[in-house]
Design a binder for this molecule. Structure first.
Ligand code: CP
Ligand code: NVA
Length: 301
């Protein structure tokens, strides 16, 4: 039976552990002489801009011996009214897998339901599971463990936050989300993950409190793609949630700073922190490639 990755929740704790170990091995170069995607084509259907996801998938597919095909919805018959269901039906007969970056998470579910090939969510309004895998790998690399790690997420709760919450619950990290009113994660997602979480997942207001005991500090854009309406007001509410050197001084000396990128320097994070000694944001971005390759090996048969 085909497997999809729509959210981190689609993976068991054991599978996440395998993917991270495999990605670390692939990064070391030990396991690179094989071509599991030889003769296979993978579609990349992107309705939103992307640098890391698009390029890491294209390069990863190529390195595994396969062929990536970038599909711009604006250049497809979809744009002239062909239905998603017919499109997915046809694509399933050519491709061995399909990565989608879209607006409504519901669309990834429609693709999943009607496709006979694995569907990988390359970002929706609710989830960004491929990012979370690279984040976990980076934490494992830098801190040598996941279980018991204290992750502080500061800022707007979004797709990246949701995937990190699921990742924390599955791997035994503790997670504190510090955000202003109106920027909290979905209560349903919180309740569902808390039921299974081995660590604690809490939402508080104070970024200072959140980072005090943190091993990892994470932030993301204050305004996500497709959510530009009302952004001026929202940015005002998030003003006190910037990751800057004053905040970092209150954290542990060896705290790791992560950001999924693209960063809005001077908004959610300052230059000195992003380019400073605690930051691993570019290693994190590199790890998108290694985790993507591990994921492709795992899902594409
Ligand atoms: N982090 C991430 O998904 O980046 P892109 O939007 O560039 O793909
Ligand atoms: N939360 C951001 C992530 C970008 C990679 C967005 O959805 O725009």
């Amino acid at each position: 039976m085909k497997r999809d990755l729509l959210s981190v929740w689609d993976l068991s704790a054991k599978e996440i552990d395998w993917l991270i170990k495999r990605a670390i091995k692939l990064k070391s170069g030990i396991a690179n002489k094989h071509a599991p995607l030889s003769g296979k084509s993978i579609g990349l259907f992107f309705e939103k801009p992307s640098t890391r996801t698009k390029v890491s998938f294209e390069v990863g597919i190529y390195q595994l011996g396969g062929q990536p095909i970038y599909l711009n919805p604006k250049e497809m018959q979809l744009d002239r009214g062909e239905s998603i269901i017919d499109t997915v039906n046809v694509l399933s007969r050519y491709l061995s897998g399909l990565v989608i970056r879209t607006y409504l998470h519901f669309a990834t579910m429609v693709f999943s339901l009607h496709a006979s090939i694995p569907i990988i969510n390359g970002l929706s309004d609710l989830h960004h599971p491929c990012q979370a895998l690279a984040d976990l790998m980076t934490i494992q690399e830098k801190k040598d463990r996941l279980k018991g790690i204290r992750l502080a997420y500061i800022g707007d709760s979004n797709n990246v936050t949701n995937s990190l919450i699921e990742a924390a619950a599955r791997t035994g990290m503790d997670m504190t989300i510090a955000c202003p009113e109106g920027c909290e994660p979905e209560p349903d997602l919180l309740n569902r993950t808390r039921d299974e979480a081995k660590g604690e997942i809490v939402v508080i207001r104070s970024p200072e409190e959140a980072i005090t005991e943190a091993d990892v500090i994470y932030t993301d854009a204050w305004v996500s793609m497709g959510q530009e309406k009302g952004s001026k007001k929202k940015k005002g509410r998030l003003r006190d949630y910037q990751i800057n050197s004053a905040l970092l001084r209150r954290a542990k000396k060896d705290v790791l700073v992560l950001h999924c990128l693209p960063a809005h320097r001077g908004e959610e994070i300052t230059d000195d922190v992003m380019d400073g000694p605690n930051s691993a944001v570019f290693d994190q971005a590199e790890n998108r490639l290694h985790t993507t390759k591990a994921l492709l090996e795992f899902l594409i048969k």
